[in-house]
Design a protein. Sequence first.
Length: 251
Amino acid sequence: MGSITTPTSLPRKPFAWRRGTRSMTALAVAALALTACSSGGGGAESEPDPQASYSQDQVVSALNSVEVDGQKLSAEPMDEDNADSQMEDLEQVIDQATIEPAQCKDLVKEALDTSSGHAEDIVVATPSEGQYAVTVMPMGSGDEAVEHARTANQQNEDCREFTMELMGSKIEASIEPRDLDLDKATEATMMNMTMDMDGQSNTMTQASAVVGNTFVVVSGQDGSSGTASPTSETPDVEAILQESVTKISEQ
């Protein structure tokens, strides 16, 4: 499965999961997608120092200097109470969902447990326009970040196709993963996930990588519904991820 993100791509505002079936189901899919990416992880033409450590303030500064296709990012730390609340919402929704294959649910819960210890360190960045977000989770060390990425990647083989049932609604999802070769990063992966629900189809693209002690995720949506082809608003998540890890590595 793809990385919706380890919840590193959590939005800044809490999920309103109690408001109805669609909100809850969307949140559950978000958790599934955010906690994995393709297996292995691409190499890098120029790898960063694996012992490099970047603080939350450094990550904010780095992301605020990112500009892709004329769009600049605006970054800020996630409010600690907000982050904790979203983690709790994710865990509750996953507990209520029926997911097949069943092992996918266990893998998601494992990834959520790992992420919950770093929720207060998450940084989220968004552009003024465009349908994507960059989320960075600083961890205790580079080794911990790599281990986290590889644990998330484990979902790939077992969860390329999965179904989720929640409050009477059913989602069918499929994932197409691939490794990336990024400069200044390791464990770089990318995936396209297609979700079908109630006759509507949506596609999400997500890319993730490790730079130093940080796990970086870019999540984008094609903005189309019920169509197979992406719109002109589809973000280049690979380019955004490359620019993000480059700026972080320069701190």
